[in-house]
Structures are given as C-alpha cells and as structure tokens.
Write a protein of this length. Sequence first.
Lengths: 296, 423, 372
Amino acid sequence: MTTFAELLVNGVSIGSVYALIALGFVIIFKATEVVNFAHASLLLVGGFAVAKLVGPLGFWPALLAGVAIAAAVAALVELLVLRRSRAGDHHVLAIVTIGVDILITTELTRQIGTEVLSMGDPWQSAVVEVAGISVPQTRLAALVTAVALITCFLLAFRFTDWGVAMRVAAEDREAAALMGVRLNRVSLAAWAVAGALAAVAALFLTVFPTPGLDRSTSLVALKAFPAAILGGLDSTTGALVGGLIIGLTESLASGYQNDLTFLGRGLGDVAPYLVMIVILLIRPAGLFGTRELARV
Amino acid sequence: MKSSLRKTAVSLTALVLAAATAGCGSGKATGGSGGTGADGVKQGPGVTDKTIKLGLATDLTGVYAPLGKSITNAQQLHFEEINKAGGICGRTIEAVVRDHGYDPQKAVSIYSELSGSVLALPHFLGSPMVSAVKQRIESDKIFTIPSAWTTALLGNQYIQVTGTTYDVDMINGIQWMLDKKMIKSGDKIGHVYFEGDYGESALRGAKYAAQHNNLTIVEQKIKATDNDMSSQVAALNQAGVKAILISAGPRQAASLAGIARSRGMKQPILGSNSAFSPQLLDTAAAPALAQGFFIATAGAPMSSDLPAMKKLADDYSKKYPGQPLDSGVVNGYGGAKIVTEALKKACEAKDLTREGLIKAHRSRNAFDDGLGTPMDFSYWDKPATRKTYITQPKKGAPGGVVTVQEATESELAKNYQVPVGTF
Amino acid sequence: MSERTSPLPSLPRLVAWAVGLAVMVAVPFYAEAFFLQAGVFAMAAAIGAIGLNLLTGSTGQLSLGHAFFLAVGAYGYVYLAGESGNGLAGLGLPTWLAVVGAVLLAGLAGGLFSPIAGRLRGTYLGIASLALVFIGQHILHNAHAVTGGANGRDVPPLEIAGFSFADTPELVVLQVPFRALEKLWFLALALLLLAAWIARGVLNGRPGRAMNTIRDHEIAAGVMGVPVARYRAAVFVVSSMYAGLAGVLLAMAFRRTVPDYFGLLLSLEYLAMIVIGGLGTVAGAVIGAVFVSLLPPLFTRYADGLPLIAPPGSGGVSPAEASRILYGAIVVAVVLFLPGGLMGLWQRLRASTAARRKSTPSPRMEPEEQPA
C-alpha cells in the first residue's frame, strides 16, 4: 500500500511539472491557434540560462533571469517568425515551429556539448518523510509552484484585461479584432508567458532526482503533448488535469510494470499515449476542451 | 490519353538515350581497388603509396555524443602518434571522421561512402547502426570495431567486439557481490535496464547469474527519455531487493542512486560500463554516487597504475585540455591500436588489402595494448576476454573512478554460453 | 493548389521529361555507392512524402504518425517475406507478394486508426497521431518474434521471376557491375513514377477537388455533398499505403530494419519535406523529399570544402549540426518567404517569365490576409 501511495505522490508531483509545460502550450494555442512544437526548445533555453547564470548570480536571481530570457526568446519567435508568416493555415504555422525548434535545440545542444549542467538549487537532494512516504523537496516545490502559477493564470484569465482579451481572441479572432482587441499584443504576451512557464518547468525537470541539464532534457517536453491534448487544447484547467493524469499514468505504469508484463515491458512511456487515445475516442476535444459546434 | 501516349514515347526514347550514353565507358566498370603499390605491397580500398585511410563513423551530435567525442579524440591522438613515428608501411594514417548523430539512415549513408573509400573502420558507434549494415560489412569484408559491447554483434569475423560484452560484465559483477557477501542465495535483486540491446544484453547476463545462484531478478525496463527513477526505485524498494543493477545511461544511474540514498536505501548499486560518466561528479548526484555505487567494466579505469594508461591520460589531457577522461578514451585508443597493430602485421605480409588485414588481425590470440586485459582475436563467436574490472566513482581521480577489484574472470562467466548474433 | 496540367504537354515540357528520365537512368552507371544509397533513400522518401502530402497538404489533416506507417510497411514486408526460425516468426511468402501484402497492411493500419482520424479535427488529430509513433516504438521493441526487438531483422531481398535485387548474383550491364544498390535504384525509380502518376490522377480528378474542399472548408464541403467522413478515412488509408510502400523500399535499401529509425524525428522530417517542397502538389513532395534526404549526407561528405564548418569533433559547428541548422532555417524561411514551397517558387518564376513573354498578367489569388 505504501508503494501505491508513493507512486501516487510521485505521479502527482511530476504531473504538476508536465502541467506547467502543457499550460504553456494551451496559452499559445488559445491566443493564436498554433500548436507550438518549439516548446521543447524554449524549455532548453530557460534551463540553459539558469544553469549558466547560477554561478555568477546565485540561484534566485539566476532563476528570474532564466525566466526572463526564455520569455524574451519566446516573444522573439513570435515577433520574428510567426507574425511575419503569411500562411494562414495553422498546420503550416505548427510546422514552422518545428523549424524553430530544430534551430534553437541544435545550437543549444552544441553549447551544452557533453556536459551535465547543475542547477545549483537550494533543495539539493533533501527528502521529506510523510507517513512513511519519502518525497524529494524539489518535487514538493514543483507541486507548490505549479499550483500557485496555474491558480494565478486561472484568475488572470477571469479578471484581467489581458485574460479577457485572450479569451475573446480564442472565441472569435475576427470579432475580437473588430472589438478593438489587439491580437498582436495578446499573442506576443501569450508566447512570453509560455516561455516563462517553460523555464520554470525546465528548472524542476533538471533538479533532483535528475542529475542536471544535458542535451537530452528537451525530449521530456514531449510528454506534455498528451497532457495538453487530453485535457483539451484550449482549456487551462485541462492542462492541469491532463498533466496530473499523464504523471500518474506514467508513475503507476512504471511502478507496476511487473504486474503488467503481458503488455510488454517499459510501459511507462506508452501508457500516457494509450490513455490519451482512449480519452480522445470518448471526448474528441479532450476532457475540458470546447467542442466545435458548427451551425450551417 | 494522348498525353500519356506521348509520355510513354518520350520515356522510351529517354531509356534508349540513357543506355547509349551509359555504354560510353563508365569509371565504375573497373572498380576502385588500388592494386599493388610501388613497394610491392598489395593495396585495398583507401590505401595508396602514401596514405592509409581509416573511417570513423561516430556520434558527435546525437544522444551518445559524449562517448563518441571521447572515442574519436582518442583515436585521432593515436593516429597522430603513429604518423609522428613514421606511419605504417611508410604510409601515413588518414582518419575520415563522419558524424551520424545516432541516426540509422545517416549511418547507412555514411557506411556506403566509407565502405568504398577506407580500408577499415576502427570506430563505428552504436549497436543499431552497426546492426543495420552488418550484412554489408560481411560482404564488403571491411574490418570494423564497433563501439558497442553487445552480443548481437558477435559471430561475424569482420566485426571485432573489444573487451567483454555487457552480459559478461553483469555475471562477473553479480559474482563479485556474492563473494563480498553483499547478496546471498535466495535474495532478490533489481535490474533497471534500457530498452534495446545494451540493456537487454545485460539483463540476459544478470538472469543467467541469478539462475545459477538462486537469485530472483526484479526487472524494470526504461527508455532513454526517462530521467526520473522515482517510480522504479519505489517498485524495487517494495519488492525488497538486496542490490540494484543498472544498465542505462549516466543520467538514469545518477537519478537512481540519488533517490535510493536520499530515502535511506543502502543496497549496493552496480552499473554497466555505460552507466557512469565523470561529468556526474560535478552535479548534485555526486554524494550519492560515492556510497556503494560500483561499475562493472572491461576497460581499466584511467586512474590505474598501468604505465600505458598513465601515458595515455597525460597525452590526452595535453592534446584535449578540459575534456573528460572517461572510458571512451581508453576504448577508443585501444580500438585504434588494435587496427594499427593489425596493419603493421599485414604490412609484414605485404598485404594491405581488406582480406590481408582481417587475416593479420585474426592471427593474434594474446593481444595486449597495456591498457587492460589481453584479448584473443582468433575467434569471433565469443567475447575477446571475460575479465571484468569492478570500479567505483571517486572525485578527483583521473577519469573519476578507481579500481575496487582488478580484472577477474569468474567461474560463472567462464562457463557462460554467449548468445551469438542476438541477445 | 494542384496545378492542372494542360491536356497536351508542350514540347519543352516533353524534352525536360526526356532529359530528366535519361539522367535518372544513367546515374547508376556512373555514381558510386554513396550517391546511389542516398538516391534510393530520397526516392523512397519521395513516395512517403507524396502520401503525406495527400493527407496534410491536400486534405488538411496534420499527421505526426507517418513514421508508424512507414514502420508497418517495412516490418510488414520483413515479416511476410522472412523465414521462421531463430526465435523469429515469418511467413516466407514470395517477396513480390510480401511487398503487396505490406502495402495493404499499412493501409489496414491506417484504416484501423480511421475511427480516431474521422472523429478528431486538425490539431487534435495531429497530436493523437503522435501516439502512433510511441505505441509503434513500444510494439517494435516488444513484439520480438515479429520485429526482432531492438536488434531488428534482416530484410530478404526482393525477387521477381528469378531476378534478385541483391548483391549476388552480380549482373553486368554494359560492363558496369550491377549490385543491390544499382538494381534498387531502378526499382525505386519505377515505383516512384508509378506512385506519382497515381497521386496526380487522384489530385487532378474529382477526389482531389473534394479533398481540397474539405481542407478549405469542411462544412461547406459537407453541404456541397462531399461525404466528408468517408473521404477523410479514405485519404488516411491511401496515405498510409504510400507510407507502407516507402517503408518497404527503405527496408530494402537498409537491408536491415531497426526500430530506432522509425521515431518521432522521422515523422517531423516528412512534414518538413512537404512544407519545403510545397503543400498539396506531387512535384512539391518529391522536391522536398529529395532536398531533405540529400542535404545531410551531402553536407557531411563535402563539409571539408565548405566555409564556416569545422571538422567533426573540433568544437566548432560540425557538418551534422550545420546541416540541421540549415534545414531548420530552410523550413522557417520557406514558410515565411515562399508560401507554396520550392514548387510554388518555381511556378511563380515560370508564371512571371511566361507573363513577360506574353505580356499578359497572370491571374493569381493572393492568400487571404490574416486578421491582424
């Protein structure tokens, strides 16, 4: 039973990190209807900046700087690439983000080279024991941060001008533009926010229990795809729930893989996608996504 | 309809035209082999009177870039030394380095290029990549040293797997743990391993050792993208394992050790030779790796007392300052030396063809490069040695590891029937 | 998007065809193994890209699962044609039959996915199809008897009526020794021409127009009487069959299938191909495929002579990195500056020269302005 509880806690805590990444996807998708495949590279930008700056600046300033740099890079991508693209087709825009991802990731992995960069975080490898279950402090920090950030966004969406503009833009771009919403600003802000979130996620993906940032870190961002989509691509609540579901599925499928050998070993990586397919079969727009209704 | 008729007509004309032009003599008709040199030495592809070309198909930009870089650097160092000493057969060694980025398609393209232009491949990184061209290596008769230690590559006389294979390392490692009373008959041991032949080859060895000692293996298969071993550790802890084996990458090993130690699990952890890299000692995982973490490997650690090793460590650090002295350096240098020694021998026989090279190579049954255990190259359906070092990470030591037990071949490993061409 | 061909090809067009074909036929007589290998890969990729372009370019369904269908084709062929034994299962069918079977199998796999494909729209489908790649990897690694696991399986050479597409027996044509790659070159060329011809027929006919309508406005298409769901499922099946055929060819060119190849990166490469070449046209897919498959090997090989590129391992920008950067930059640049891809550029160049010659402006639709 303790194993189950432990796997549960693990799943929730890693799931909250996935939720942060997924939230970035969702925000960009809501504002621009573009699926951002370059998210993994934004994550790498944030992580790399923090790791490089932690020496001279210390942890907290380095984290702030890393978040700012990732936000700036994301905003630049929006300004220089997406805004200038004349293609109206969202698929084409999704593909252009793949190009951006290749560019940034190649250069950063070249910079990282063969090193494993340490984040220099204050938690290090400390663990908290609660009722016989040990949880790394980093994971608790991740959970608290993710919940706090996501709550902030839910509130911001509801009550700030930017949030309203964003929701209007997601609802109907043309109407929003006619009503005086500056779509350019909304979209720029969405990208910057997503970049900042990715940097925070990068921090929690590369601290204990993982040794640090290296060239393979960006691959982890892929796990946020199923999280974002099964929650519903245009739902911030969905991102949170999706992240948790993926985290839990992964954790439980790995932990109980010896009881599930008939499905093949190494199930932890596939299980999230299986869950995603099942959910999409039942609800094609994800758990919390808005169904597209068309009136003819 | 009419248009397709016209197209057909055009196509036919084109075919005739092409055939006609092709008839006008093509350079390909003769083949590229060098014939016999001015000094009476028979020359294979890549050999001229002045140079011998060798191909290095490596990974400098993909997931195994750290390993690929060390091996490539070390081999370049060796060839430089050979050339400074006058080369081989009066010819200088020229290394053709190609980066496949751990992509099988690129590797096949690179192989196609190299197979026509070099004499041998002293470094071909990645078991999936070498597997992909295994048949062609056989038909091209090209002497290849794969930088992968899986049994899947045994059984082909042109492919020389150096040192032990992963399964043999695991058998020796488990025997060592039994000898040291870390585990005893009836215990459960966990094995966290990568999907693919590295992990699965190691698992086979662990299972064999377990079967003969009444141990139970608790399997945890993972992928290279898994960086957080929390769930695996939780499952192994629940199963009550007395030791943990890990055949994965350095990241996974660091995560595993970190979590296990932080939650107070004291079991010994034994890693395969690719489960550690010295870079880890600069990360937060370092303290965990200093407690009961061991590595089973065929390559002697950089910190060992062998004179050749000391010289290699010095030379390498001089040529590539700041680069890590990991196991890739030893493996790479050793692999290059196997090829250059074979070349020297082939030169004596005045036969620098591919056939001549492999014959020279296979004629040696006690090759000792001074960097570890002697190897027997006269067979290719068994690993060239079954001796495994047990090492331990230590910050500050050259290469980050020190020897715990010198290279030893256990009785268990001696009687082990190695699977050939599979795992 | 697809340009309708005039009923009678003009003379310069015919000459261009003839020259192109002659060059393609002559290449194996001169080129070394490296180029042939790259060429066969490129032609196989072109077949796969045509299939993806039918789906994504013409019908507007984003698919990230193309690598999975390539794998079904490749492994389907190996399983159907391979012999049992050594822990592996195989049906040992005649190899030509195995090719047909593998293509059908890929189509079947596409059909099985179509309940999902039919229900999901655009972006959702794109990411759902991502699942196929990961599930595919899981199966390839675990279904050991069929796939050979991580180690992969040898690919039996194709044999048609006693003629074997292998190194032996060596065939000598006009004094040039024909080994596997030379033979495969012609096989790939023939299959590519066939695949392109069929796809052109589909695009230029009724189905093509229906597909484009679905892409441009699904509801409108439904209102106009296009059976949208059926078309979408059918296109998915056809596209998967193209991928299957490409997979079979790739397997033959590799001579061994390894699961690592059929990963997410491969799916992304195919998307890059159709974007670079030009969405919605057969020629675009072919150009894109050739471009994307030839760029990295050529770069790696000729890096020594190129400026700004450091030799591998020296710490500067290595050839592999340079080719990746260039490839990423081209994807971005094409989308930004060349809507319609390389094919679109070519058409515009031709349109402008033709316009100059005739001095009549060619009518061209401007892409709809983005609401800003």
